[in-house]
Design a protein around this ligand. Structure first.
Ligand code: ADP
Ligand code: MG
Length: 187
């Protein structure tokens, strides 16, 4: 099953959304008696500190860590939620190729909150958040997903509003149908 690539600014609510998506997927799995497993991989689960984003080399190595963690569990029976910024389009392309290699579908979930909200939520996190210089550098470097490219498609964009649920039914349909009927269009 699929690779769900989360993308978004630092402190944009990616992990909050990843947890919401995971819980909703688990209840779908239960209600359909499926044997799929869900893996949530993030900078936090891999103990990647926020400061590494100050250093290009360390950041590159962290991307390698994320990629191999996903690769280890990617299979037709495992849903992988890759909850990191995934903000470099070349990296999302690599992830897309990896999903192809494992013959499993993928999608991108863009947690699309405005820059100022990201700054505000980051500030509210205090020491848990990104140092301000790291935050600003990442906001500058962010390469927004583009549904016109095959590696960012299908693309689901989730707005900032807390009362708006993640489109888990659509994510499930797109990915599940594709997994069962790889040659047919999704309904
Ligand atoms: P990320 O994984 O993108 O860094 P988190 O999900 O950890 O972001 O959230 C960052 C901070 O923003 C947390 O303190 C969280 O409580 C807060 N937050 C996340 N989503 C919302 C939301 N929809 N409304 C208000 N605060 C939020
Ligand atoms: Mg997070």
């Amino acid at each position: 099953m699929p690779l769900i690539i989360i993308s978004g600014f630092p402190s944009s609510g990616k992990t909050t959304r990843a947890n919401e998506i995971k819980a909703a997927l688990l209840s779908k799995i239960e209600s359909t008696c499926s044997s799929l497993k869900v893996h949530h991989i993030s900078d936090d689960t891999l103990h990647i500190p926020r400061e590494i984003y100050r250093d290009t080399k360390k950041e590159k190595s962290a991307r390698g860590t994320l990629l191999s963690a996903a690769e280890r569990v990617l299979s037709p029976n495992d849903i992988v939620i890759l909850d990191s910024m995934n903000y470099i389009k070349g990296f999302r392309y690599q992830l897309y190729c990896k999903a192809k290699e494992f013959s499993t579908p993928h999608c991108v979930v863009h947690v699309g909150v405005p820059i100022d909200i990201s700054r505000e939520w980051n500030k509210a996190r205090g020491a848990e958040g990104y140092p301000e210089d790291v935050l600003e550098a990442l906001l500058m470097r962010y390469e927004e997903p583009n549904a016109m490219t095959r590696w960012d498609s299908p693309l689901f964009t989730i707005p900032a509003h807390t009362d708006e649920k993640a489109p888990v039914d659509d994510i499930w349909d797109a990915l599940h149908n594709k997994a069962i009927k790889p040659n047919s269009a999704t309904v």
